[in-house]
Design a protein around this ligand. Structure first.
Ligand code: ATR
Length: 279
């Protein structure tokens, strides 16, 4: 590393599970950029100091992961409208004057993944059904609303959380109870699972797909396993399916571009590399 090496990284606690160093490391090598991307173990108590000293330590910026995304709202010096609406920051860019600009690229990553992998789908195609009402659902609902979805049905086990989300964001959002999740699929153009159901070690998502049009796109943001029971069931009845790895890869693009000055691509080789099958 020399003085011109551009530095970036990801702050989290714990951080060892993060795929981001592998992902950005692939792009740095692929494009021959003199840069580094480190995993940074940062406790909640240290977040403010660690972000505040980025410029002095020569960092162009960082990604933030659990548990720092919400706390960073109070630390960055500016928030773009997306991060403000979502109420979480996952990308920080250090400005020339040392200011810290906070962005949230999760919704961007979600939409770009569908644009790349669900041919013919666009947000205005028809109603979207979002299962779950946590942080990921919030970013996804915001992105769908901004992209012109005509109706967004938020289905959540705890109805009050779906109601709060529908109330908080601007757009054609409606809360649905968990018991009505099968009925919520009628006439939908898109279904997204943002709950933990279907993840390795969790129960599968119990969802009757009978009411779902066969042309509706089914997306799971769970990516371990890549083919969740939901995606397998949807594929069996002929629905187009999109797995969750792409959202993770696409959400990384704006940060990489801002820090390293190159628009990176999401390719099959990148997917294989991040999955560990292509070291
Ligand atoms: P994130 O911020 O990653 O989206 P989260 O805030 O923990 O994570 O949200 C997890 C989602 O999975 C929530 O919508 C949660 O439902 P509740 O709001 O009712 O907790 C949902 N979830 C978790 N376990 C579930 C289960 N067994 N059945 C149905 N939904 C479940």
């Amino acid at each position: 590393m020399n003085a011109s090496t551009i530095k970036a990284g990801v702050m989290g606690w714990p951080i060892s599970h993060s795929c981001s160093p592998r992902l950005h490391g692939y792009w740095l090598a692929r494009y021959g950029i003199d840069g580094t991307y480190e995993a940074l173990a940062v406790t909640p108590d240290d977040l403010s100091e660690q972000l505040g000293s980025l410029r002095d330590r020569g960092f162009a910026g960082v990604n933030l992961t659990v548990p720092h995304k919400e706390a960073a709202l109070e630390v960055v010096t500016s928030l773009n409208p997306t991060a403000r609406a979502i109420g979480a920051v996952n990308t920080v860019v250090v400005g020339a004057d040392g200011n810290l600009a906070g962005d949230n690229t999760d919704g961007f990553g979600f939409l770009e993944n569908l644009r790349q992998d669900a041919a013919g789908w666009s947000a205005d195609t028809g109603p979207a059904v979002v299962l779950g009402a946590g942080g990921a659902a919030r970013a996804i609902c915001h992105a769908l609303a901004m992209a012109g979805a005509p109706e967004i049905r938020i289905v959540n086990r705890t109805l009050a959380r779906a109601e709060a989300l529908a109330e908080d964001l601007t757009g054609p959002l409606s809360p649905w109870s968990w018991d009505d999740r099968g009925a919520a699929l009628a006439g939908a153009a898109l279904v997204v699972n943002t709950t933990i159901l279907g993840m390795v070690g969790q129960d599968p998502l119990d969802l009757d797909l009978a009411s779902l049009p066969t042309e509706a796109v089914v997306n799971d943001i769970v990516y371990a396993p890549l083919e969740t029971p939901l995606l397998a069931a949807a594929a069996r009845r002929g629905n187009p399916v999109v797995d969750g790895l792409g959202m993770l890869l696409h959400q990384a693009r704006p940060g990489f571009e801002a820090w390293f000055g190159r628009t990176p691509e999401v390719t099959p080789a990148l997917r294989a590399h991040v999955l560990g099958s292509n070291p």
